[in-house]
Ligand binder design. Structure first.
Ligand code: NDP
Length: 244
């Protein structure tokens, strides 16, 4: 462990970007605490990271449940005595046109993508304030900057994550740093949550050019590795061959 090793909690670490971030940050010597609902995946990942000499633990986490997120952050604190970086990464993207009225999917996106991030802030902010430092890395999307058909609600949730992150940054007196990482199309399981047949088909072409999840992990690691006086606020990472 290096003397810049941090205690990093990651939500949604069971696949895609969260999993890649766990691998990248563990390789840097940070101490990881991973959350998601699929604990079989987390168990495998933590075993792998630990076998490679890293420090990683996990706990089942549903970010839509504020108590669950509070218990998750408490577990990190009990294990390591502090929480240096909270990566609010968990997200879902069941795209569909508004007129399909998939209201349960709208609610799920709001619950996971927006409330989940707020629950992460509510749980970790008091801990960071008490310890005198901390860093939120919130995962938004290029959809936090532009809207496209079938993605109105998803983009709304990511615009919200961007607004919340900027508000948190403005309210901070330097104790708490805030980074918004906004990926373009990235290889992951995200599109699996699309149940609308037309939106699912359209996504195949849209997602043909994609970044590896490790590219986003790299951006997270960059932000997390900055010295205390440097606050990297927004990072947008797109595939070079993609205009959007
Ligand atoms: P994945 O579907 O691979 O990963 C999503 C993660 O979120 C999983 O680990 C999943 O774990 C977790 N998750 C979903 N619902 C919940 C919940 N209720 N509680 C806790 N964890 C939950 O997709 P990505 O890695 O791509 O997604 C990560 C983030 O990146 C998301 O916020 C997404 O919006 C964002 N993003 C991704 C892009 C892409 O192209 N891939 C582009 C722009 C942004 P589990 O199901 O085990 O709970």
């Amino acid at each position: 462990m290096t003397n810049t090793a941090k205690v990093v909690a990651i939500t949604g670490a069971s696949s895609g970007i969260g999993e890649a971030a766990a691998r990248r940050l563990a390789a840097d010597g940070h101490r990881l605490f991973l959350g998601a609902r699929r604990t079989d995946r987390l168990e495998e990942l933590t075993a792998e990271l630990t076998a490679a000499g890293g420090t990683a633990d996990f706990q089942r986490l549903d970010v839509t449940d504020a108590d669950d997120v509070r218990a998750f952050v408490s577990a990190v604190r009990e294990r390591h005595g502090r929480v240096d970086v909270m990566v609010n990464n968990a997200g879902v993207m069941p795209l569909s046109p508004l007129e399909a009225l998939r209201t349960e999917e709208w609610d799920r996106m709001i619950d996971v993508n927006v409330r989940g991030v707020l629950h992460g802030i509510a749980a970790a902010l008091p801990v960071m304030r008490a310890q005198g430092s901390g860093h939120f890395v919130n995962i938004a999307s290029v959809g936090a900057y532009e809207v496209s058909p079938t993605a109105a609600v998803y983009c709304a949730t990511k615009f919200a994550v961007r607004a919340i992150s900027e508000g948190l940054r403005q309210e901070s007196d330097g104790t708490v740093r805030v980074t918004l990482v906004s990926p373009g199309v990235t290889e992951s399981e995200l599109a699996d949550s699309i149940s609308d047949p037309a939106a699912r088909e359209a996504m195949k072409a849209y997602r043909a050019v994609a970044l590896p999840a490790s590219a986003i992990a790299e951006a997270i690691a960059y932000a997390a590795s900055q010295p205390a006086q440097i606050d990297v606020n927004e990072v947008v990472v797109r595939p070079a061959a993609s205009a959007r």
